[in-house]
Design a protein around this ligand. Structure first.
Ligand code: GLU
Length: 289
């Protein structure tokens, strides 16, 4: 699969769960894909706790995640990174985007966005529902003096079209899905900094993929649309471009992707029921991605 990689590349992959619940079979597959890709290439497999959302993080899950991974025989290199220790790096990246003029402050509440979308004849749609309709875009050129970043009074959104104009056309490579042309409209003007925590998933993940020198970003294919905005952010921030591998999801008997409601499929539950790690991994249906 990696045969046309330039020789000498050190493969570095990561598994990035949130310590907001127990790992389930879907996480086990994501961890295994990242782990195996690194190990096959003599590379490094890293663990990153996505713990920026302090309202949802629960302390006991860090250890539970690490225990589950060890039990599955998926051992990581280097100490696990906690995103909560990286807030200054995310703030610096946001500041850089602000200086480029590609982010804008947004005061809209969820309710206001819903109402606006409901009132629109053709609200922009994303893969998982309506997109932000752009209410605050273009309102605030004078309201964003330096130093206003993450002061808690508003969120910051990416002006996705303006950003794409600045970068020009972009692509990224996915080892399963092939070359993808970045579509800045796919997720639209995503939040890059929540008003409560001063950052958000897309911004933190690109900053940390670069910081941890991740060569191959592997994860479930529900995040394929996310790679479009993340590639755009990498280009804006001058960060290296990883190769992607978005693998199929583990689905339940109804064909739904696994979530917290599937506690019966939590790794810890399966272990307590007497299954071996090999049996759990065998249930993943992992082909050769
Ligand atoms: N924390 C995300 C998840 O558990 C993973 C994000 C990523 O791999 O980019 O789905």
């Amino acid at each position: 699969m990696l045969s046309d990689e330039p020789s000498g590349i050190t493969v570095r992959t990561r598994f990035a769960p949130s310590p907001t619940g127990r790992l389930h079979l879907g996480h086990a597959l994501a961890a295994r894909v990242a782990h195996d890709l690194a190990r096959e290439q003599g590379g490094h497999f890293l663990l990153r706790h996505e713990d920026i959302d302090v309202s949802r993080v629960r302390g006991e899950y860090y250890a539970q995640i690490e225990e589950d991974l060890r039990w599955l025989d998926l051992h990581w290199n280097e100490p696990a990174l906690r995103q909560s220790s990286r807030l200054a790096a995310y703030a610096a990246a946001l500041d850089r985007l602000r200086l480029l003029g590609v982010v804008y402050p947004c005061n809209c509440t969820r309710r206001e966005i819903q109402d606006e979308v409901a009132a629109m004849v053709a609200a922009p749609q994303g893969p998982e529902g309506p997109l932000y309709p752009g209410t605050c875009r273009g309102l605030s050129d004078e309201a964003t003096p330096p130093g206003m970043v993450a002061d808690g009074s508003h969120a910051w959104r990416l002006d996705s079209r303006k950003a794409a104009k600045l970068t020009g056309p972009l692509t990224f490579t996915d080892l399963r899905h092939g070359t993808q042309v970045v579509n800045p409209d796919l997720l639209g003007d995503v939040v890059l900094a929540r008003r409560d925590i001063g950052t958000a998933y897309h911004l933190a993940v690109v900053v940390d993929d670069a910081y941890q020198q991740i060569s191959h970003v592997t994860r479930g294919e529900d995040l394929l649309p996310a790679a479009h905005v993340q590639r755009l952010l990498q280009a804006l921030l001058g960060l290296p471009e990883p190769v992607y591998l978005h693998h199929p999801l583990v689905l339940d008997a109804q064909g739904r992707r696994l979530a917290k409601r599937h506690d019966a499929l939590a790794i810890a539950t399966l272990r307590q029921s007497g299954m071996s790690a090999a049996e759990v991994l065998a249930r993943l249906g992992a082909g050769d991605f």
